[in-house]
Design a protein around this ligand. Structure first.
Ligand SMILES: Cc1ncc(COP(=O)(O)O)c(C=O)c1O
Length: 335
């Protein structure tokens, strides 16, 4: 692979830790790779992608990062954090109305000085035009914009997870447990695509399994395949498109807008059993899928399996009402 501009942002390598009580419950060894601890404001999987995306932005002389997402987008908050850290400007196009008060990721993005543009759903449906308009406005003021698509979902962003596979291979060489399967949350599927490329290049034997949390499995599968093909062509990578993209389907629930009782129950259970806190929108849904499959067949993922925790903790706080009801044993009225 040719050398790509990379801005060091993450605390790496992230630890691989055993989940002892859960392992005993299912009779297989279960680990978690703590990518929620990549740092730069607990930026989860995003910061690995941003090392390359921001690397390219800086190599092009950009002074303004523009991106988009939901009001509680982890990626937007991570972009706001990186911009503040590097002395750049951040502009976030968020789907929804300005809330009466800020919470979770939006509160942090505002705190970090990002400019926020609120978009109605119809406007967000043509987000590329919105981002192009914001870029023109920045240029008009003499600035240099760099656009990061939602979730950093480009072949360049995926390189962050190609590097993560190399990191895991290095951890194995230094004695970390060599697991049979790595399970990861999939929104776009970009992180999974990166791992699948890195798996080939680093010679990792682990199977990579994604859990779609919003889009239909077919859409994620297509995105993963297309991203690998684009990355191979653009960066000259010696990777084959995977014969199959392994996904656990059926755990999208209500998508990114809402969380169901069983997802929040999973989150509470893992926090209490292992002291690991998931988020309700991404990793909570994926972990529910993972546990559901383990309950049906504990050996489905081999005798050693690792869940890659991609972060997202701040979106927990806007769920305070539902979580409080569950924690107090009150019935949850799902919206
Ligand atoms: C916490 C968390 N986990 C997982 C993902 C999914 O990442 P990807 O779009 O690479 O599939 C996201 C991004 O949207 C996220 O914020």
């Amino acid at each position: 692979m040719r050398q790509l501009p990379r801005t060091p942002l993450a605390n790496l390598p992230t630890p691989i830790l055993p989940l002892e009580r859960l392992s005993r419950r299912f009779g297989v060894e279960i680990f978690v790779k703590r990518d929620d601890l990549t740092g730069l404001l607990e930026s989860g999987n995003k910061v690995r992608k941003l090392e390359f995306l921001v690397g390219e932005a800086l190599s092009q002389g950009a002074d303004t990062l523009i991106t988009c997402g939901t009001l509680q987008s982890n990626c937007c908050r991570a972009v706001a954090a990186v911009a503040a850290r590097l002395g750049l400007r951040a502009i976030l196009a968020l789907k929804g109305d300005k809330p009466a008060s800020y919470d979770g990721n939006l509160l942090l993005s505002k705190l970090l000085g990002a400019d926020v543009v609120y978009c109605a759903p119809e406007e967000f449906a043509r987000i590329e035009g919105v981002l192009a308009g914001l870029s023109d406005a920045v240029r008009g003021r003499g600035g240099r914009p760099y656009v990061i698509p939602e979730s950093g979902a480009t072949e360049l962003g995926a390189i962050g997870y190609l590097e993560c596979a190399h990191e895991i291979a290095g951890q194995w060489r230094q004695g970390a447990p060599a697991f049979d399967t790595l399970v990861i949350t999939a929104f776009s599927g970009g992180s999974q695509a990166g791992l699948l490329m890195g798996r080939q290049l680093a010679g990792l034997s682990a199977e990579v399994v994604g859990v779609p949390i919003a889009h239909p499995a077919a859409q994620v599968r297509n995105y993963v395949g297309a991203t690998i093909a684009r990355a191979a062509a653009r960066f000259g990578l010696a990777v084959e498109p995977p014969k199959a993209v392994h996904l656990l389907d059926g755990y999208q629930g209500k998508g990114r807008g809402a969380s169901r009782k069983e997802e929040l129950d999973t989150l509470i259970q893992l926090a209490r059993e292992e002291g690991i806190v998931l988020d309700p929108v991404y990793t909570g849904k994926a972990f529910l899928g993972f546990l559901d499959h383990l309950a049906r067949d504990p050996r489905e993922f081999g005798s050693r399996v690792c869940f890659l925790h991609t972060g997202g903790i701040f979106s927990l706080f806007p769920f305070r009402d539902s979580l409080s009801r569950l924690l107090d044993g009150d019935p949850l009225v799902e919206s």
